[in-house]
Write a protein that binds this ligand. Structure first.
Ligand code: BES
Ligand code: ZN
Ligand code: ZN
Length: 478
C-alpha cells in the first residue's frame, strides 16, 4: 500500500505536483526564471498540465478548472491524479509531494485519493513482482489547511478499497468460502471487531435452505460469517446491518453459464468483499457506529448432488421458493442472510451484491443500481455519499406490479421473473426476507472492470467501500 503523509514543509529534493488556480500562481512554486518561463509557456491555450523532469527538479503543474461543484470537482482531481500517477511511475519517482497554490484542502485530498487508488497493483501471481512494482511508494501532502484526521480517514478508506480489490481478484483456488471467512477473521483481529464463523453443521441446524441449496453441488462447505463492530459510544441504538453476496465462484450451476459469461465469475463475492472491507475501515477509524456485517458464502458448482430447476426450498424464514434457474443463486443465499439479520432489529439494512446481468446491462460500470424500502432520509444520505465518492446510486422503481412477476404456482415465490426488469425482480425477491428499513445495491456493473478506467483498475474495483465509509462517517443514527 502506498504511504500517505501530511507535512507543512516542502522538501526541495523530492518531486512535486502543484495544483494552481491561475497561471500567475506559478510564481509561488519557487522556480528559477527559465523553469517558470517554460511552465508558463506550457500552460498556454487549452493546455492545463505542464511537466518538468530535470536532474534538479521534477515537477508537474496542473491548472485547475473553475470550481463550481464540489463532487464533480473532486472527481476531476481523482482522474487527473490517476494520470499523474502514471507519470510518476514512468519517471521512476519514489516520493511525490502534493501542493496547492491556495492550500485548498478539498482539492488536495481528492488528488491524493486518486493517486492512492490509481497506484494499486495485483502482482501476487506474477513471476517477478518486484520488477513490476510501481516505483511510487510515498505521497506527501504539503499543507497547513488539510487536517490529520481527514488524512487518516483517506488512508483507511483507500486501504480498505484495495483490500476489497485483492479479495475480488483472488481466484476460487485460493479463495473459497472457508478462506474468505478466515480472511474476515483476520480483518477483525487487525482492526478490532468480533468475527463468528458458522460452519456447515451450524448452517444446517439453522435450516438456511437457500445457502444450503446453492452449496449442494459443491465439494467445499459453505460459511456464514457474522462480523460485529460495537463501540461504547455508538450513536445508533440499533445496529446498521451490511449483507454481502459471497458467491466465491458462480458457474451458474446446472443452468451453466455459456460462452464467456463464466470467465469473470470469481468476482461474484465483490459484495462480501465490500462488506468485510467496510467493517475493517469503520473499526480502524473507530467511527462511533454499531455495524454488523453478514456474509453467506459458497461457490455455485455442479456435482451429482447439485440443486436443479423445479426444486422447492424452504428458506431460513420458512418461506418456500421454487427454483427455476440455478444461476439466480445470489438472491437465495442473500435471502437467508437478510432474514437472519432481522433478529438484531436493525435500524437499517444494506445489501451489496453482484446480483444481476440486468443491472450491469442497464447502467454499466458507471454506477450502482439501488432500490429498497429505507426511509427517504436514509436514501438521500446514501445517495449523497455515492455522489461525493463518485460511486453513484441510480434508484430503480420498486412498484407493486413487479411483485406479480415472481409469484409461483408451486411455492410462495420463484427465483426468477420474466423477460424484463431483471434487476428489479431480483430486488423484489429479496424484499420478502427483510421487514426492517432496507436498501439493495446491485453492483454487478461496477464491481469488476474489463479494462482500467482512470483510478479504477482492470478487475476488482472495491466498489461500495468508499461509499459506505463516507456514509458511516456522517451517520448520526435514525
Ligand atoms: N452473478 C450473476 C450476475 C452477474 C452477471 C454479476 C454479470 C456480474 C456480472 C448472477 O448470479 C446471475 O447469474 N444472474 C442471472 C439471473 C437470471 C438467471 C435471472 C443473470 O443476471 O443472468
Ligand atoms: Zn448466477
Ligand atoms: Zn452470481
Amino acid at each position: 500500500m502506498t504511504v500517505l503523509q501530511l507535512t507543512d514543509v516542502i522538501q526541495p529534493a523530492h518531486a512535486a505536483v502543484w495544483l494552481i488556480s491561475k497561471p500567475a500562481d506559478i510564481s509561488k512554486i519557487g522556480l528559477n526564471k527559465a523553469e517558470s518561463g517554460y511552465i508558463q509557456e506550457s500552460l498556454t491555450g487549452e493546455r492545463r498540465q505542464a511537466f518538468l523532469a530535470g536532474p534538479g527538479r521534477t515537477l508537474a503543474v496542473l491548472l485547475k478548472d473553475k470550481a463550481d461543484n464540489l463532487s464533480r470537482n473532486a472527481e476531476t482531481f481523482r482522474k487527473a491524479a490517476a494520470q499523474l500517477t502514471n507519470w510518476c511511475n514512468e519517471n521512476k519517482l519514489g516520493t511525490i509531494q502534493l501542493n496547492d497554490s491556495t492550500d485548498n484542502a478539498h482539492d488536495l485530498l481528492a488528488f491524493a485519493e486518486g493517486m492512492l487508488l490509481a497506484n494499486y497493483q495485483f502482482l501476487k501471481y506474477r513471476k517477478n513482482p518486484k520488477k513490476e512494482t510501481n516505483t511510487l511508494a510515498n505521497i506527501v501532502i504539503v499543507s497547513r489547511s488539510v487536517n490529520a484526521s481527514d488524512v487518516a480517514h483517506l488512508r483507511i478508506a483507500a486501504e480498505a478499497t484495495c483490500r476489497a480489490r485483492d479479495l475480488v481478484n483472488e481466484p476460487l483456488s485460493t479463495l473459497d468460502a472457508t478462506a474468505l471467512a478466515r480472511t474476515f477473521r483476520q480483518y477483525g483481529r487487525d482492526a478490532g471487531f468480533s468475527v463468528e464463523i458458522l460452519n456447515r453443521a451450524k448452517i444446517e441446524s439453522l435450516k438456511m435452505g437457500g445457502l444450503l441449496a446453492v452449496n449442494a453441488g459443491s465439494d467445499r462447505p459453505p460459511t456464514f460469517t457474522i462480523m460485529e463492530y460495537k463501540p461504547a459510544k455508538a450513536r445508533n441504538k440499533k445496529p446498521v446491518i451490511l449483507v454481502g453476496k459471497g458467491v466465491v465462484f458462480d458457474t451458474g450451476g446446472y443452468n451453466i453459464k455459456v460462452g464467456n459469461h463464466m470467465e469473470t465469475m470469481k468476482c461474484d463475492m465483490a459484495g462480501a468483499a465490500a462488506v468485510g472491507a467496510t467493517l475493517w475501515a469503520v473499526a480502524k477509524a473507530k467511527l462511533p457506529v454499531h455495524v454488523i456485517g453478514l456474509v453467506p458464502a459458497t461457490d455455485n458448482m455442479v456435482n451429482g448432488s447439485g440443486f436443479v430447476p423445479g426444486d422447492v426450498l424452504t428458506m431460513y424464514n420458512g418461506l418456500t421458493v421454487e427454483v427455476l434457474n440455478t444461476d439466480a443463486e445470489g438472491r437465495l443465499i442473500l435471502a437467508d442472510a437478510l432474514s437472519y439479520g432481522e433478529k438484531y432489529s436493525p435500524e437499517l439494512v444494506i445489501d451489496l451484491a453482484t446480483l444481476t446481468g440486468a443491472a450491469a446491462a442497464a447502467i454499466g460500470p458507471a454506477g450502482i443500481v439501488c432500490m429498497g424500502t429505507a426511509p427517504e432520509k436514509a436514501k438521500e444520505a446514501l445517495k449523497a455519499s455515492g455522489t461525493r465518492v463518485h460511486e453513484r446510486l441510480a434508484e430503480f422503481p420498486f412498484w407493486d406490479e413487479y411483485d406479480e412477476l415472481i409469484k409461483s404456482d408451486v411455492a410462495e415465490i420463484k427465483n426468477i421473473g420474466s423477460a424484463y426488469a431483471g434487476a428489479i425482480t431480483a430486488g423484489k425477491f429479496l424484499s420478502h426476507f427483510v421487514k426492517s428499513p432496507w436498501m439493495h445495491f446491485d453492483i454487478a456493473g461496477p464491481a469488476f472492470l474489463a479494462s482500467k478506467d482512470a483510478y479504477r483498475p482492470k478487475g476488482g474495483t472495491g466498489v461500495g467501500v468508499r461509499l459506505l465509509f463516507d456514509f458511516f462517517k456522517n451517520y448520526t443514527g435514525a
